[in-house]
Design a protein around this ligand. Structure first.
Ligand code: NAD
Ligand code: GLY
Length: 378
Protein backbone atom coordinates (compact mmCIF):
# COMPACT_ATOMS: atom_id res chain seq x y z
CA UNK A 1 0.00 0.00 0.00
CA UNK A 2 1.78 3.13 -1.22
CA UNK A 3 0.52 5.71 1.29
CA UNK A 4 1.23 3.62 4.36
CA UNK A 5 4.33 3.88 6.56
CA UNK A 6 6.20 1.00 8.13
CA UNK A 7 7.82 1.28 11.54
CA UNK A 8 10.04 -1.56 12.76
CA UNK A 9 9.94 -2.81 16.36
CA UNK A 10 13.29 -4.48 16.94
CA UNK A 11 12.59 -7.08 19.61
CA UNK A 12 14.31 -10.47 19.77
CA UNK A 13 13.83 -13.14 18.65
CA UNK A 14 11.18 -11.87 16.27
CA UNK A 15 11.19 -8.22 15.19
CA UNK A 16 7.97 -6.98 13.61
CA UNK A 17 6.46 -4.07 11.75
CA UNK A 18 3.76 -1.56 12.60
CA UNK A 19 2.15 -0.39 9.39
CA UNK A 20 0.21 2.88 9.56
CA UNK A 21 -2.08 4.09 6.79
CA UNK A 22 -5.55 4.03 5.23
CA UNK A 23 -7.34 0.90 4.01
CA UNK A 24 -5.19 -1.62 5.88
CA UNK A 25 -7.94 -3.75 7.45
CA UNK A 26 -8.68 -5.44 4.14
CA UNK A 27 -4.97 -6.31 3.82
CA UNK A 28 -4.86 -8.51 6.91
CA UNK A 29 -5.50 -11.83 5.12
CA UNK A 30 -2.69 -11.55 2.55
CA UNK A 31 -0.28 -10.09 5.15
CA UNK A 32 -1.02 -12.96 7.54
CA UNK A 33 -0.66 -15.55 4.78
CA UNK A 34 2.86 -14.25 4.13
CA UNK A 35 3.64 -14.63 7.83
CA UNK A 36 2.22 -18.06 8.67
CA UNK A 37 0.93 -21.33 7.22
CA UNK A 38 -1.80 -21.38 9.92
CA UNK A 39 -5.22 -22.82 9.08
CA UNK A 40 -7.44 -20.92 11.54
CA UNK A 41 -7.72 -17.34 12.70
CA UNK A 42 -10.05 -16.14 15.46
CA UNK A 43 -10.97 -12.46 15.50
CA UNK A 44 -11.52 -11.05 19.00
CA UNK A 45 -13.48 -7.81 18.96
CA UNK A 46 -16.16 -5.89 20.87
CA UNK A 47 -19.82 -5.24 20.22
CA UNK A 48 -19.26 -1.67 19.00
CA UNK A 49 -16.36 -2.48 16.69
CA UNK A 50 -17.80 -5.74 15.31
CA UNK A 51 -20.67 -4.23 13.28
CA UNK A 52 -18.29 -1.69 11.72
CA UNK A 53 -15.19 -3.67 10.87
CA UNK A 54 -15.45 -7.41 11.58
CA UNK A 55 -16.84 -8.36 8.19
CA UNK A 56 -14.03 -6.82 6.15
CA UNK A 57 -11.47 -8.52 8.39
CA UNK A 58 -13.18 -11.94 8.23
CA UNK A 59 -13.56 -11.70 4.44
CA UNK A 60 -9.91 -10.76 4.03
CA UNK A 61 -8.86 -13.71 6.19
CA UNK A 62 -11.17 -16.14 4.36
CA UNK A 63 -9.99 -14.97 0.96
CA UNK A 64 -6.43 -15.76 2.04
CA UNK A 65 -7.48 -19.30 2.97
CA UNK A 66 -7.96 -18.99 6.75
CA UNK A 67 -10.92 -20.59 8.50
CA UNK A 68 -12.08 -17.46 10.31
CA UNK A 69 -14.14 -17.33 13.50
CA UNK A 70 -15.09 -14.48 15.82
CA UNK A 71 -15.42 -13.79 19.55
CA UNK A 72 -17.36 -10.64 20.45
CA UNK A 73 -17.15 -9.20 23.99
CA UNK A 74 -19.00 -6.23 25.49
CA UNK A 75 -17.24 -2.94 24.71
CA UNK A 76 -15.26 -1.16 27.41
CA UNK A 77 -12.81 -1.56 30.26
CA UNK A 78 -15.21 -3.81 32.20
CA UNK A 79 -14.33 -6.57 29.72
CA UNK A 80 -10.66 -6.47 30.74
CA UNK A 81 -11.14 -9.07 33.46
CA UNK A 82 -9.83 -12.46 34.41
CA UNK A 83 -13.34 -13.91 33.98
CA UNK A 84 -13.73 -12.49 30.47
CA UNK A 85 -10.28 -13.78 29.53
CA UNK A 86 -11.49 -17.24 30.59
CA UNK A 87 -14.50 -16.99 28.31
CA UNK A 88 -12.29 -15.91 25.40
CA UNK A 89 -10.01 -18.90 26.05
CA UNK A 90 -13.02 -21.22 26.07
CA UNK A 91 -14.04 -19.75 22.70
CA UNK A 92 -10.55 -20.44 21.29
CA UNK A 93 -10.86 -24.06 22.40
CA UNK A 94 -14.38 -24.23 20.93
CA UNK A 95 -13.09 -22.92 17.60
CA UNK A 96 -10.50 -25.71 17.56
CA UNK A 97 -7.43 -23.45 17.50
CA UNK A 98 -4.16 -25.33 17.67
CA UNK A 99 -0.62 -24.14 18.36
CA UNK A 100 -0.09 -23.02 14.79
CA UNK A 101 -3.23 -20.83 14.67
CA UNK A 102 -3.65 -17.09 15.15
CA UNK A 103 -5.60 -14.62 17.27
CA UNK A 104 -6.55 -11.34 15.57
CA UNK A 105 -7.26 -8.48 18.00
CA UNK A 106 -9.62 -6.02 16.31
CA UNK A 107 -10.50 -2.98 18.41
CA UNK A 108 -9.18 -0.55 20.98
CA UNK A 109 -6.71 -1.07 23.79
CA UNK A 110 -9.13 -3.16 25.81
CA UNK A 111 -9.39 -5.71 23.01
CA UNK A 112 -5.66 -5.63 22.30
CA UNK A 113 -4.82 -6.22 25.97
CA UNK A 114 -7.50 -8.90 26.50
CA UNK A 115 -7.02 -10.81 23.24
CA UNK A 116 -3.24 -10.49 23.51
CA UNK A 117 -3.31 -11.93 27.03
CA UNK A 118 -5.53 -14.82 25.90
CA UNK A 119 -3.17 -15.48 22.96
CA UNK A 120 -0.21 -15.45 25.35
CA UNK A 121 -1.64 -18.17 27.59
CA UNK A 122 -3.69 -20.35 25.22
CA UNK A 123 -1.71 -23.58 24.67
CA UNK A 124 1.16 -21.62 26.35
CA UNK A 125 1.11 -19.08 23.56
CA UNK A 126 -0.15 -18.82 19.99
CA UNK A 127 0.41 -16.13 17.38
CA UNK A 128 -1.23 -12.71 17.59
CA UNK A 129 -1.98 -9.89 15.15
CA UNK A 130 -3.03 -6.43 16.33
CA UNK A 131 -5.57 -4.41 14.32
CA UNK A 132 -6.03 -1.28 16.48
CA UNK A 133 -9.12 0.84 15.76
CA UNK A 134 -8.84 3.63 18.36
CA UNK A 135 -6.33 6.46 18.31
CA UNK A 136 -5.07 5.31 21.70
CA UNK A 137 -4.51 1.77 20.47
CA UNK A 138 -2.82 2.93 17.25
CA UNK A 139 -0.39 5.29 18.99
CA UNK A 140 0.34 3.19 22.04
CA UNK A 141 -1.32 -0.01 23.23
CA UNK A 142 -1.00 -2.17 20.09
CA UNK A 143 2.77 -1.62 20.04
CA UNK A 144 5.24 -3.16 22.45
CA UNK A 145 3.67 -6.41 23.60
CA UNK A 146 2.15 -5.54 26.97
CA UNK A 147 -1.10 -7.45 27.44
CA UNK A 148 -3.25 -8.16 30.46
CA UNK A 149 -6.36 -7.68 32.53
CA UNK A 150 -7.35 -5.62 35.56
CA UNK A 151 -7.86 -7.17 39.00
CA UNK A 152 -10.05 -5.71 41.76
CA UNK A 153 -6.76 -4.83 43.46
CA UNK A 154 -5.56 -2.69 40.56
CA UNK A 155 -5.08 -1.90 36.92
CA UNK A 156 -3.27 -4.37 34.62
CA UNK A 157 -2.15 -6.49 37.59
CA UNK A 158 -2.23 -9.76 35.64
CA UNK A 159 -0.61 -9.95 32.24
CA UNK A 160 2.07 -11.17 29.92
CA UNK A 161 4.41 -9.84 27.27
CA UNK A 162 3.13 -11.00 23.90
CA UNK A 163 4.61 -9.36 20.83
CA UNK A 164 2.41 -9.59 17.73
CA UNK A 165 3.40 -10.96 14.32
CA UNK A 166 2.59 -7.48 12.99
CA UNK A 167 0.35 -4.47 13.62
CA UNK A 168 -1.87 -2.87 10.96
CA UNK A 169 -3.06 0.57 12.09
CA UNK A 170 -5.76 1.46 9.57
CA UNK A 171 -6.24 5.21 9.98
CA UNK A 172 -9.59 5.07 8.10
CA UNK A 173 -11.12 3.36 11.16
CA UNK A 174 -10.57 6.49 13.26
CA UNK A 175 -13.26 8.49 11.47
CA UNK A 176 -16.04 6.83 13.50
CA UNK A 177 -14.42 7.44 16.90
CA UNK A 178 -16.56 9.46 19.29
CA UNK A 179 -15.04 12.74 20.50
CA UNK A 180 -14.39 11.36 23.99
CA UNK A 181 -12.26 8.53 22.57
CA UNK A 182 -10.44 10.95 20.29
CA UNK A 183 -9.47 13.06 23.31
CA UNK A 184 -8.43 9.96 25.20
CA UNK A 185 -6.04 8.99 22.40
CA UNK A 186 -4.65 12.53 22.16
CA UNK A 187 -3.64 12.27 25.82
CA UNK A 188 -1.26 9.39 25.00
CA UNK A 189 0.04 11.37 22.00
CA UNK A 190 0.71 14.30 24.35
CA UNK A 191 2.53 11.95 26.74
CA UNK A 192 4.74 10.75 23.90
CA UNK A 193 5.49 14.32 22.80
CA UNK A 194 6.43 15.53 26.28
CA UNK A 195 8.67 12.55 26.96
CA UNK A 196 10.25 12.31 23.52
CA UNK A 197 11.49 15.88 23.48
CA UNK A 198 11.31 19.38 22.07
CA UNK A 199 10.83 18.47 18.41
CA UNK A 200 7.72 16.32 18.93
CA UNK A 201 6.33 18.59 21.67
CA UNK A 202 6.64 21.75 19.52
CA UNK A 203 5.10 19.91 16.57
CA UNK A 204 2.10 19.02 18.74
CA UNK A 205 1.73 22.63 19.84
CA UNK A 206 1.67 23.96 16.28
CA UNK A 207 -0.49 21.07 15.05
CA UNK A 208 -3.13 21.21 17.80
CA UNK A 209 -5.78 22.70 15.51
CA UNK A 210 -5.25 19.98 12.88
CA UNK A 211 -5.42 17.29 15.55
CA UNK A 212 -8.56 18.71 17.13
CA UNK A 213 -10.29 18.85 13.76
CA UNK A 214 -8.90 15.44 12.74
CA UNK A 215 -7.14 16.56 9.57
CA UNK A 216 -5.90 13.38 7.87
CA UNK A 217 -2.34 14.69 7.41
CA UNK A 218 -2.09 15.67 11.10
CA UNK A 219 -3.51 12.31 12.18
CA UNK A 220 -1.09 10.37 10.00
CA UNK A 221 1.88 12.31 11.34
CA UNK A 222 0.77 12.07 14.98
CA UNK A 223 0.31 8.30 14.71
CA UNK A 224 3.61 7.85 12.88
CA UNK A 225 5.60 10.00 15.33
CA UNK A 226 4.01 8.29 18.35
CA UNK A 227 4.60 4.80 16.97
CA UNK A 228 8.20 5.64 16.05
CA UNK A 229 8.78 6.93 19.57
CA UNK A 230 7.25 3.88 21.24
CA UNK A 231 8.98 1.47 18.86
CA UNK A 232 12.36 3.05 19.68
CA UNK A 233 11.75 2.75 23.41
CA UNK A 234 10.47 -0.84 23.25
CA UNK A 235 13.29 -1.87 20.91
CA UNK A 236 15.80 -0.65 23.50
CA UNK A 237 14.01 -2.01 26.60
CA UNK A 238 11.29 -4.53 25.87
CA UNK A 239 10.81 -5.73 29.46
CA UNK A 240 10.85 -2.33 31.20
CA UNK A 241 14.09 -2.62 33.07
CA UNK A 242 14.83 1.09 32.62
CA UNK A 243 14.06 3.25 29.60
CA UNK A 244 10.55 1.84 29.02
CA UNK A 245 9.47 3.26 32.37
CA UNK A 246 9.21 6.64 30.64
CA UNK A 247 6.03 5.36 28.93
CA UNK A 248 4.38 5.40 32.34
CA UNK A 249 4.43 9.21 32.47
CA UNK A 250 1.09 10.32 33.96
CA UNK A 251 0.16 6.72 34.71
CA UNK A 252 0.78 6.46 38.49
CA UNK A 253 -1.93 9.01 39.21
CA UNK A 254 -3.94 8.05 36.10
CA UNK A 255 -4.21 4.38 37.05
CA UNK A 256 -5.25 5.39 40.58
CA UNK A 257 -8.02 7.58 39.16
CA UNK A 258 -9.25 4.68 37.01
CA UNK A 259 -9.26 2.29 39.95
CA UNK A 260 -10.85 4.60 42.51
CA UNK A 261 -13.49 5.86 40.09
CA UNK A 262 -14.26 2.22 39.17
CA UNK A 263 -12.81 0.62 36.03
CA UNK A 264 -14.68 1.91 33.00
CA UNK A 265 -15.98 5.10 34.67
CA UNK A 266 -13.08 7.25 33.37
CA UNK A 267 -11.40 6.40 30.08
CA UNK A 268 -7.71 5.55 30.24
CA UNK A 269 -6.45 8.53 28.26
CA UNK A 270 -8.50 11.07 30.19
CA UNK A 271 -7.16 9.61 33.43
CA UNK A 272 -3.61 9.79 32.02
CA UNK A 273 -4.15 13.46 31.11
CA UNK A 274 -5.05 14.13 34.76
CA UNK A 275 -1.94 12.14 35.67
CA UNK A 276 0.22 14.34 33.44
CA UNK A 277 -1.20 17.48 35.05
CA UNK A 278 -0.57 15.97 38.49
CA UNK A 279 2.98 14.81 37.69
CA UNK A 280 3.90 18.15 36.10
CA UNK A 281 2.99 19.94 39.34
CA UNK A 282 4.68 17.34 41.54
CA UNK A 283 7.87 17.72 39.47
CA UNK A 284 8.12 21.38 40.48
CA UNK A 285 8.41 20.45 44.16
CA UNK A 286 10.22 17.14 43.87
CA UNK A 287 12.84 17.63 41.16
CA UNK A 288 12.84 21.40 40.80
CA UNK A 289 11.17 21.45 37.39
CA UNK A 290 10.46 24.97 36.12
CA UNK A 291 6.89 26.09 36.79
CA UNK A 292 6.78 27.21 33.16
CA UNK A 293 7.21 23.62 31.99
CA UNK A 294 4.22 22.52 34.05
CA UNK A 295 2.23 25.41 32.53
CA UNK A 296 3.35 24.36 29.06
CA UNK A 297 2.09 20.80 29.55
CA UNK A 298 -1.24 21.97 30.95
CA UNK A 299 -1.59 24.36 28.02
CA UNK A 300 -0.90 21.56 25.52
CA UNK A 301 -3.63 19.39 27.05
CA UNK A 302 -5.98 22.39 26.97
CA UNK A 303 -5.31 23.29 23.32
CA UNK A 304 -5.81 19.64 22.38
CA UNK A 305 -9.20 20.03 24.14
CA UNK A 306 -8.65 17.08 26.43
CA UNK A 307 -11.43 17.60 28.96
CA UNK A 308 -10.88 17.91 32.70
CA UNK A 309 -12.86 15.56 34.90
CA UNK A 310 -14.39 16.27 38.28
CA UNK A 311 -12.05 14.56 40.71
CA UNK A 312 -14.39 14.20 43.66
CA UNK A 313 -12.45 11.10 44.66
CA UNK A 314 -11.23 10.23 48.15
CA UNK A 315 -7.59 11.44 48.47
CA UNK A 316 -6.71 8.56 50.80
CA UNK A 317 -8.11 6.03 48.33
CA UNK A 318 -6.04 7.61 45.55
CA UNK A 319 -2.90 7.42 47.67
CA UNK A 320 -3.64 3.83 48.61
CA UNK A 321 -4.22 2.93 44.95
CA UNK A 322 -0.86 4.46 43.99
CA UNK A 323 0.85 2.39 46.68
CA UNK A 324 -0.51 -0.85 45.21
CA UNK A 325 0.21 0.16 41.60
CA UNK A 326 2.47 -2.31 39.85
CA UNK A 327 5.19 0.34 39.55
CA UNK A 328 5.31 0.73 43.36
CA UNK A 329 8.16 -0.80 45.35
CA UNK A 330 7.66 -1.87 49.01
CA UNK A 331 4.38 0.05 49.05
CA UNK A 332 5.99 3.32 47.92
CA UNK A 333 4.40 4.88 44.83
CA UNK A 334 6.84 5.74 42.06
CA UNK A 335 6.41 8.55 39.57
CA UNK A 336 7.94 9.44 36.24
CA UNK A 337 8.70 13.16 36.62
CA UNK A 338 9.99 15.48 33.89
CA UNK A 339 11.84 18.77 34.20
CA UNK A 340 12.11 19.57 30.48
CA UNK A 341 10.93 18.03 27.20
CA UNK A 342 12.66 14.65 26.89
CA UNK A 343 14.25 14.88 30.37
CA UNK A 344 12.66 12.59 32.93
CA UNK A 345 13.47 10.36 35.89
CA UNK A 346 11.63 7.89 38.11
CA UNK A 347 11.38 8.71 41.78
CA UNK A 348 9.49 8.08 44.99
CA UNK A 349 7.89 11.07 46.73
CA UNK A 350 7.85 11.83 50.48
CA UNK A 351 4.47 10.83 51.84
CA UNK A 352 3.54 14.21 53.36
CA UNK A 353 4.33 16.00 50.12
CA UNK A 354 2.33 13.45 48.14
CA UNK A 355 -0.66 13.85 50.45
CA UNK A 356 -0.53 17.62 50.09
CA UNK A 357 -0.37 17.41 46.30
CA UNK A 358 -3.26 14.97 46.11
CA UNK A 359 -5.34 17.19 48.39
CA UNK A 360 -4.54 20.31 46.34
CA UNK A 361 -5.16 18.54 43.04
CA UNK A 362 -8.43 16.90 44.01
CA UNK A 363 -9.60 20.25 45.36
CA UNK A 364 -8.77 21.92 42.03
CA UNK A 365 -10.62 19.27 40.01
CA UNK A 366 -13.69 19.30 42.24
CA UNK A 367 -14.07 23.07 42.22
CA UNK A 368 -14.41 23.07 38.45
CA UNK A 369 -11.60 25.63 38.09
CA UNK A 370 -9.26 23.15 36.51
CA UNK A 371 -7.82 23.43 33.03
CA UNK A 372 -6.82 27.08 33.15
CA UNK A 373 -5.94 26.94 36.85
CA UNK A 374 -2.28 27.48 37.60
CA UNK A 375 -2.36 28.23 41.28
CA UNK A 376 -1.68 24.69 42.46
CA UNK A 377 1.76 24.79 40.91
CA UNK A 378 3.72 26.39 43.66
P1 NAD B 1 -11.38 0.74 24.33
O1 NAD B 1 -10.73 -0.43 23.73
O2 NAD B 1 -12.37 0.51 25.43
O3 NAD B 1 -12.07 1.57 23.17
C1 NAD B 1 -12.80 2.73 23.51
C2 NAD B 1 -14.22 2.68 22.93
O4 NAD B 1 -14.14 2.94 21.54
C3 NAD B 1 -14.90 1.33 23.08
O5 NAD B 1 -16.26 1.55 23.39
C4 NAD B 1 -14.80 0.73 21.66
O6 NAD B 1 -15.85 -0.16 21.38
C5 NAD B 1 -14.88 1.95 20.82
N1 NAD B 1 -14.27 1.87 19.50
C6 NAD B 1 -13.13 1.23 19.16
N2 NAD B 1 -12.81 1.49 17.88
C7 NAD B 1 -13.78 2.29 17.40
C8 NAD B 1 -13.98 2.93 16.15
N3 NAD B 1 -13.09 2.83 15.15
N4 NAD B 1 -15.10 3.67 15.97
C9 NAD B 1 -15.99 3.82 17.01
N5 NAD B 1 -15.82 3.28 18.23
C10 NAD B 1 -14.72 2.53 18.42
O7 NAD B 1 -10.30 1.77 24.94
P2 NAD B 1 -8.93 2.35 24.38
O8 NAD B 1 -8.93 3.76 24.84
O9 NAD B 1 -8.71 2.05 22.97
O10 NAD B 1 -7.85 1.52 25.21
C11 NAD B 1 -7.76 1.67 26.61
C12 NAD B 1 -7.09 0.43 27.18
O11 NAD B 1 -5.78 0.32 26.64
C13 NAD B 1 -6.94 0.49 28.68
O12 NAD B 1 -7.35 -0.73 29.23
C14 NAD B 1 -5.46 0.68 28.89
O13 NAD B 1 -5.00 0.13 30.09
C15 NAD B 1 -4.90 -0.03 27.70
N6 NAD B 1 -3.54 0.39 27.33
C16 NAD B 1 -2.62 -0.58 27.11
C17 NAD B 1 -1.34 -0.25 26.72
C18 NAD B 1 -0.34 -1.33 26.41
O14 NAD B 1 0.82 -1.02 26.21
N7 NAD B 1 -0.77 -2.58 26.35
C19 NAD B 1 -0.98 1.09 26.55
C20 NAD B 1 -1.95 2.07 26.77
C21 NAD B 1 -3.23 1.70 27.16
N1 GLY C 1 1.98 1.99 28.05
C1 GLY C 1 3.14 1.58 28.79
C2 GLY C 1 4.03 0.65 28.03
O1 GLY C 1 3.71 0.18 26.96
O2 GLY C 1 5.09 0.34 28.48
Amino acid sequence: MSDSQQVPVLVAPRPYTVEVGPGLLSEVGPRLRQATPAGRATVVTDDIVAPRFARVVRESLSSAGFLASEVVVPAGETSKTWARAGLVLDAFAGAGLDRTDVVVALGGGVIGDLAGFAAAVFLRGIDLVQLPTTLLAQVDSSVGGKTGVDLDAGKNLAGAFKQPLFVLADTDTLSSLPQSEWSSGLAEVAKAGIIEGEDFLSWLEVSAEGLRSRQPSSIAEAVRRSVEFKARVVSADERESGLRECLNYGHTFGHAVEKVAGFGAVSHGIAVAEGIRFASRLAVDVIGAPVGFAHRQGHLLDVLEIPRIRLDLDPDALREAMSSDKKARSGLPRFVLADAPGSWRVTTVPDELLKRHIGDFVGVGASGEAGSDEEGLT
